[in-house]
Design a binder for this molecule. Sequence first.
Ligand code: G4P
Ligand code: NA
Ligand code: NA
Length: 194
Amino acid sequence: MELLKRKIEDEGTVLSGQVLKVDAFLNHQIDPVLMLEIGKEFSRLFAGEGVTKVLTLESSGIAPSVMAALEMKVPVVFARKQKSLTLTDNLYVERVYSFTKQQTNEVTVAKKFLSADDRVLIIDDFLANGEAALGLANIVKAAGAEVAGIGIVIEKSFQPGADKLKAAGYRVESLARVASLDNGKVTFLNNSVS
Ligand code: G4P
Ligand code: NA
Ligand code: NA
């Protein structure tokens, strides 16, 4: 997606540790016009998949997910990140380890918001090691529902997440695919979507 790639080039910065900072338009301040275009692109890519619900993870997945769900006219559910839960009877719970943040969260979704006849589009802002997306996919499976696909705003293609998700059989569509962040410079894969 050209608009997104241009935004990353113009406003993204590369931090040490192979982290791309995009808090000017995605992770802190949000560009709603860009988010709407991102939502339209996800809607276009996953049209025909029979999506009934979008599932994401708080907090940075919510903005692109709401725009995609608005286009697709389906609800969004965002999984919550919590620490050491006690009452989990009404929740799907997955433990998700973040390599980037070096912490484990319990990720939860209320059982009442997913049902066995749902076809769920999982959306997230970043794909690095794939742990968040796999955790969300496990929650979909626990509900007896189907993963219709996985939509990612920024894929770090030099990390193993995309390959892991594809090997698990999921359709992954990433709007920008970053081949490298070496030497403080963002290099995209040539075959990025559109
Ligand atoms: P994984 O889910 O693919 O395994 O990724 P990982 O654990 O490595 O990433 C955990 C968190 O770090 C996620 O945010 C993810 O979006 C973020 N992240 C990973 N790589 C980058 C990067 O290069 N730049 C930025 N800005 N974020 C990155 P989170 O913990 O879910 O937090 P939130 O932003 O949703 O609040
Ligand atoms: Na994030
Ligand atoms: Na995220």
